[in-house]
Design a binder for this molecule. Structure first.
Ligand code: NAP
Length: 537
């Protein structure tokens, strides 16, 4: 590699991605006076909200918390329309933020970073893009999201299909019109469950190819009143404080009781109330839902009963009824998902019972049938947590790649989910072994960005050249994460959290499950104690 000597291409920091994390990171670094370049593969800001434009895409954390809180002015300027707004509104918000803080001039769009190599001689990161540009930076920061590397399963005949094929995570910008079409959706995770009811209303016929049935509870979405929005704005400081302290970066904690503490009648009443309130209510009703098999089963049984009540056809209802621990695959909230199976133009195909054999020119062939389709929607998810990091050739000391160090995901090792030994001056926003996807993402992102920018300010003030996680601290952190995860039910279910959704991917649970509030305290403590666990040169 020819290292960049061009002063134009020597910056203090390179940030990857212009989603929630990259935008705020750029803002903070610029405020601190660092020259910063942001590279973004898309032609606009938004990250996952740029790419995930499928019908019905919306957030499932309540919008008044699903936003930045670092700027009181911004918080009070923006008004959300509803509890769970659709993707276009969230993308408008992120564009509003980028424009308000004049972030776009420092973002290079339509450009993918291919490699980032740490040069030990100069102690700088050499970052190379797919447009042939090389930039040299002191700090290398990834803000590329945890679920941004689309998974299209390797099904025989994938390229033979003569109709249109889409992935929910790479949806076209123009409206896709399913009117009069026979559509097939593969996958019933959050993306499938959000898109299926909307596609069913438009298409002539919809076939859902389901491998694993999912628990889903109603979102109970509603339009916010002006009074509510004003009340939220008036409570800005309190909301920011609560979001920083709670287990998931929202305004509430888990309930104080075990599932087993309540009598069947009281438990039923609480779960019914949770169902009617919608969203995350049921998941947060008890303090041990995700750790107690017997308790989890009681809550899961409640949702299974609801599915059986909603779906008219008993055979379809049975196919839609899950048997894994509730919440161990990402909990889903929906609008009319199970009701959609009562429509005459919707059928459900169980591809666990009769697996997909091939995509054919005319549609999808399973072991026992062939389904003719005009369009196929792959709602088949992502190579989560490590997928996007491994797509970039990231090399630390001695030329070792991140993929090699982490043994292709079999040995993910980080300190605080922010850094990894052997990769000095590199930070991962919402990286593996941080709380990331188990919390309200904008809140967890703000904490990471603020910690990283405070850290960089500290390094600059103290003229530290090389900042690196110590192996011992990293070993302890990764062991701690594993120990916490193993004490939950998460690791007992196949999910994208564990890597089970990707053929051949190593299994693990590279997410900190100890709660966002507790994690923030740990990170603050590390900083307050002179960044213990890090070496400085
Ligand atoms: P996902 O949860 O991984 O779901 C993918 C679905 O595709 C699963 O039902 C999976 O079945 C199925 N699938 C994968 N490969 C298949 C194959 N070869 N044959 C048949 N079925 C196959 O992905 P997602 O729905 O895109 O959601 C991913 C994450 O993104 C969510 O968990 C959430 O964190 C986030 N998200 C959030 C929102 C929101 O509301 N804000 C919306 C969308 C996504 P198995 O279960 O058997 O693997």
């Amino acid at each position: 590699m020819v290292y960049s000597q061009d002063p134009q291409n020597q910056v203090d920091a390179v940030v990857l991605g212009a989603g929630f994390s990259g935008l705020y990171m750029l803002y903070r670094l610029r405020e601190a006076g660092l020259s910063t370049r942001v590279f973004e593969a898309a032609d606009g800001v938004g990250g996952v909200w740029y790419w995930n434009r499928y019908p019905g895409a919306r957030c499932d954390s309540e919008s008044v918390y699903y936003n930045y809180t670092f700027s009181e002015e911004l918080f009070k300027e923006w008004s959300w329309s509803s509890r769970y707004p659709e993707q276009p509104e969230i993308l408008r918000y992120l564009n509003y933020v980028a424009d308000k803080f004049e972030l776009k001039p420092d973002i290079t769009f339509n450009t993918r970073v291919m490699s980032a190599v740490y040069d030990e001689a100069s102690n700088r990161w050499q970052v190379e893009t797919d447009t042939g540009e090389t930039v040299s930076a002191k700090y290398f920061i990834t803000g590329i999201g945890c679920i941004s590397s689309a998974n299209v399963p390797n099904i025989k005949g994938l390229n033979d299909f003569e109709g249109q094929a889409y992935h929910t995570g790479h949806w076209p910008h123009e409206k896709v019109d399913f009117t009069g079409k026979r559509v097939g959706v593969i996958g019933t995770g959050s993306s499938g469950i959000q898109s299926i009811p909307v596609i069913a209303k438009e298409a002539a016929h919809l076939t859902v190819f389901q491998r694993t049935p999912q628990y889903s509870v109603p979102a109970q979405n509603y339009t916010y009143t002006k009074e509510f929005v004003e009340e939220v704005k008036d409570n800005y400081s309190e909301i920011r404080r609560q979001m920083q302290e709670t287990v998931a970066g929202l305004r509430f904690e888990f309930g104080e009781q075990s599932v087993l503490d309540d009598s069947p009648e009281v438990r039923r009443q609480k779960l019914q109330e949770g169902w009617e309130k919608g969203g995350w209510e049921i998941l947060f009703t008890y303090n041990d839902l995700l750790a107690n098999e017997e308790g989890n089963e009681l809550v899961a049984a409640f949702i299974r009963e609801k599915i059986q009540e909603i779906v008219d056809d008993p055979e379809t209802a049975n196919k839609l009824t899950p048997d894994h621990f509730y919440g161990t695959k990402r909990a889903i909230v929906d609008t009319d998902y199970f009701e959609t199976y009562n429509r005459d133009n919707v059928r459900l195909v169980d591809v666990k019972a009769s697996p997909i054999e091939a995509i054919t020119p005319k549609g999808i062939r399973t072991e026992d049938n062939e389904y003719e389709l005009d369009a196929i929607v792959f709602a088949t998810g992502f190579d989560g947590m490590t997928g996007s990091l491994f797509k970039i050739d990231i090399r630390g000391k001695n030329g070792v790649t991140l993929k090699e160090k982490w043994e292709n995901g079999a040995q993910t090792r980080t300190y605080l989910g922010l850094t990894t030994a052997g990769f000095p001056n590199m930070f991962m926003l919402t990286g593996p072994e941080s709380p990331s996807v188990l919390g309200n993402m904008p809140a967890t992102i703000e904490q990471h960005v603020e910690w990283v920018s405070d850290c960089i300010n500290h390094l600059r003030e103290n003229k530290v050249d090389i900042f690196e996680a110590e192996s011992q601290a990293e070993e302890e952190w990764s062991a701690h994460c594993k120990e916490l995860a193993d004490a939950t039910l998460y690791t007992k279910t196949d999910s994208w959290y564990t890597g089970a959704n990707i053929a051949g991917k190593a299994r693990g649970f590279p997410i900190y499950v100890g709660g966002y509030g507790a994690y923030r305290e740990i990170c603050d403590d590390v900083a307050a104690n002179g960044y213990k666990g890090f070496s400085f040169k």
